[in-house]
Every structure is written in C-alpha cells, then in structure tokens.
Design a protein around this ligand. Structure first.
Ligand SMILES: Cc1cc2nc3c(=O)[nH]c(=O)nc-3n(C[C@H](O)[C@H](O)[C@H](O)COP(=O)(O)O)c2cc1C
Length: 311
C-alpha cells in the first residue's frame, strides 16, 4: 500500500486535513503542515486567481526552511461550472504544489500536466464507476468519500468501498468520512487505506475560520443531528439539522432545488449559513488548536496500537 514517495518520512501521522469550502485558508493549512499532517484548501476559497496565487506564495514562504513541515495541497473543481479552472490551473503549472486533489472531473491531460511538474494528484470518488474513471485518468491516489462524510458525502460503507477500490486501483487510498480520532486513523489503516481524510474534525479547531456559532453547533451535535439531504443545493450533502431548521428547510419534504436558489438570493446562503458536518461529530467535543489536536491524535493512535497487541 503506497504513500506517494514525496510524502515518505514527512508526516507525523498518515492524515490529510480535507479541503473545506469557505473554511480552509493559509492559516489553517500552515498550522496543519507545521503539526505534521497534510494541509489543503480549495482554490476557490481565494476570491480571485490573483488571490489564489498570493495564498500559494504565502504558504510556501511560511513553510520555507521548516524541514519538519508536512506537504500541502490544493483542491481543484474540474467542472465547467468552475469558470476559474483554466486560470487557476495555469497558476498551478507555473508554481507547482506538492498535491492537487481534483473533484468532479478526472481528466487525463490535466492529470498528466500536473504530474509532469512533480505534483501528486488525488481524485475524489464516491462510487465504483468513479474509481474506474479516475484510475483510467492516471491519478496517483483516490479519496474514497464514504457515507457519513461532511460535505457531498457518498453512500457507500467504508468496508465495501475500500474493497472495491483495492481490486481496481494500486495507488494511494485516502479514506474519508466520520474519521475524527487517532483510533479512527489507525482503523482506516487496518481497513487498507494509506491516509485518512479529516474534514469535520478540522472545522472544530481554533485556527478554522468557521463562525463560532457553527463550531459550537458542531460540538453540541450528535450523529442524529446530521442530515443527508439534497434539499439545499439539489446534490445530496450532510448538514447540521439545526442550521437547516433555522433556514426554514424541511429535509423530510424532499428535493427543494428551487428553494435553494431562493435561499442563495435571500438571507440564508448554502454553506455560509446552512452548515455542513459529517457524522464524525459523534467524537468531536471541543475546539483545540491544530497542534493540540494532532498531538492528541498521535497519543490516541499509539494507545490504540498498544491495545491491538492484546487482541
Ligand atoms: C463545510 C465543508 C466544506 C467542504 N468543502 C469541500 C470542498 O470545497 N472541496 C472538496 O473536495 N470537499 C469538500 N468537503 C468535503 C471534505 O473535503 C471531506 O471529504 C469530508 O469533510 C470528509 O468527511 P468528514 O467531514 O466526515 O471528515 C467539505 C466538507 C465540509 C464539511
């Protein structure tokens, strides 16, 4: 089970802080890399391509000379709805980054161009068909987005999805969905993943720029408070029930795409005011700094490994 060579020996734990729309920024990314896990952000979190380029420069500058720092990555939405794709890609070809995580489109030319510059390319997948397409496009790794994940979660159980991926793909596997503790990271490795993706857990950190009320709602939530619904944008995603209710959305009423459009033009905006989280809220009870969190994850990982010896 391979880690990309460029990551070997550079991670304190086999974990990636997942890209989070509106939330991940250079501060969160550098805090993650300094703590020893891969930090990432969606290119679209920067308001313009010029700002995106400035963020890359700031991250590279801050981490320059820090030999212990983990690599960082950028999430690129490869879909015609992303009008910035060509311009942002051009920046990534001029200033190569260690990792790019593509979402939606697995395009072999784009993958080849990035890889030719030494960038490791992972692709988000949620179905068996996605695995086949991404493998054909020549990516280095797959992010297996399972049921219960934050954001646009998949529907597959992680045991089933890992089994499907291993049969079809020999590269790096990143498991995503409801992983919040060091024990979860070890469980992901036991299942056959090379890396664990931490999304919801990273929202509940001091460095995350999510609003305080969002963080508090997430910490107070149980797994029952996470609702998988297409009522917000037409695409199924996991949201905190209380934030749906506040926006007047009844998930039980089924698809409400037109409501989502009205919402976007009104005072409640999807993602900004209707807050996403995965079922990993079950194990999230506080708001540590990223350094405290990674220290804790490492302790939990070691304790869980010690327990395994007694099985
Ligand atoms: C608030 C929020 C925003 C997200 N934004 C993105 C995004 O912009 N791009 C992306 O590829 N995934 C996005 N995701 C999905 C995460 O990258 C990741 O796959 C997911 O959070 C992992 O599951 P977990 O939250 O249970 O750890 C988002 C998730 C959340 C909760």
């Amino acid at each position: 089970m391979p880690l990309p060579q460029a990551f070997e020996g550079r991670l304190r734990l086999p974990a990636v802080a997942a890209p989070l729309f509106l939330i991940s920024d250079p501060e969160l990314v550098t805090a993650c890399c300094r703590a020893g896990i891969v930090g990432t952000f969606p290119a679209l979190n920067a308001r313009t391509t010029a700002e995106f380029e400035a963020w890359l420069a700031a991250i590279s500058e801050q981490l320059a000379g820090e030999r212990e720092a983990a690599p960082f990555g950028v999430n690129l939405i490869v879909h015609r709805s992303n009008r910035r794709l060509d311009a942002d890609l051009e920046v990534l070809l001029r200033h190569p980054v260690p990792l790019v995580i593509t979402s939606l489109g697995a395009v072999s030319d784009l993958v080849a161009e990035l890889r030719a510059r030494g960038t490791v390319v992972f692709h988000d997948v949620a179905t068996v068909r996605h695995i086949e397409k991404a493998a054909a496009a020549g990516v280095d790794g797959l992010v297996l987005v399972c049921a219960g994940a934050g954001g646009h979660a998949g529907r597959l159980n992680p045991f089933a999805f890992i089994a499907e991926a291993r049969r079809r793909f020999s590269g790096t596997l990143v498991l995503a969905g409801a992983l919040s503790t060091g024990r979860d990271l070890l469980a992901a490795r036991l299942l056959g993943a090379d890396l664990a993706y931490l999304g919801t857990r990273m929202i509940a950190t001091r460095e995350s720029r999510a609003p305080d009320a969002y963080k508090r709602m997430l910490v107070a939530a149980t797994a029952d408070d996470v609702v998988y619904t297409d009522a917000v944008s037409g695409i199924p995603a996991n949201f905190l029930k209380e934030s749906l209710q506040r926006a007047g959305i009844d998930p039980a009423a089924g698809p409400q795409g037109s409501i989502a459009r009205d919402l976007d033009s009104g005072s409640f905006k999807a993602w900004r005011d209707i807050w996403s989280a995965g079922q990993g809220v079950a194990a999230i009870h506080d708001l540590p700094t990223v350094a405290e969190l990674v220290g804790r994850l490492e302790r939990e990982w070691r304790e869980a490994r010690a327990e395994l010896r007694h099985l």
